[in-house]
Design a binder for this molecule. Structure first.
Ligand SMILES: [Ca+2]
Length: 227
């Protein structure tokens, strides 16, 4: 009897532990590639599927580009037009062995800008979730997980960090920066973006296996007690 109680206690403990592992997995590492813009340029979007981990821009003359100051590279735009800078991320590619689940999605980035004094502009950051690979024609048609608006002009680099709740775990995410800089006559309007991160709540594959395995063990134990 003592033995049986000890085994039951041990199984219960492991069972609770497995759920603790699943629920306390925390946020993933940064899923974005070239998040600091130091390594590769920005790709002009074409038709077809978007590749995971690449910064895309549309095919315009006045557009986002990679700029540099004092040895630091960043994404830069100087225009009064609406222009997208975005990256698509496949969870399975960006972090093998993990699946994003319903829960926290965290965005962080640094920016520096002059958005216009007479006709002040703005920029918007949106995170989308997708259940399949996004394409060049639907990169802003995903399920909106969160939007950041109302960011003003800042002379010095400033960090913005926000967390959103996703209603489901998506297989793909898109983070999109949309410039809407101030109107003509408002002086020089520019926006710089650097050090972007996107993190999601993960479930490690090992934790799932442990949890399902232990559910199976509890079933065995029940049969053992009955007999
Ligand atoms: Ca940088």
């Amino acid at each position: 009897m003592k033995m049986k109680k000890a085994i039951i206690g041990m199984l219960a403990g492991l069972f609770l532990l497995s759920f603790a592992v699943v629920s306390q997995a925390g946020l993933s590492p940064n899923l974005l590639s070239n998040y600091d813009f130091e390594t590769t340029g920005l790709t002009k979007i074409e038709s077809g599927n978007l590749s995971s981990g690449r910064w895309y821009i549309e095919d315009y003359s006045r557009n986002w580009s990679r700029d540099s100051y004092n040895g630091n590279d960043y994404a830069h735009i100087i225009t009064s037009y609406s222009r997208h800078l975005f990256q698509a991320v496949s969870i399975s590619t960006a972090w093998p062995g993990h699946t994003a689940t319903a829960g926290e999605v965290k965005v962080s980035f640094d920016y520096q800008s002059y958005l216009g004094l007479i006709f002040p502009g703005s920029f918007t950051v949106t995170v989308y979730g997708y259940n399949s690979q996004p394409t060049a024609s639907n990169f802003t048609n995903g399920i909106i997980i969160g939007t950041i608006t109302g960011l003003g002009s800042v002379e010095t680099w400033t960090n913005v960090s926000r967390s959103f709740m996703a209603d489901a775990g998506y297989s793909w995410y898109v983070i999109d920066f949309l410039s809407e800089l101030g109107g003509v006559g408002a002086g020089i309007r520019y926006l710089n973006i650097d050090n972007v991160s996107l993190q999601v709540t993960p479930i490690p594959a090992a934790a799932w296996l442990l949890a399902t395995g232990l559910i199976g063990l509890v079933g065995v134990r029940r049969r053992w007690i009955k007999s």
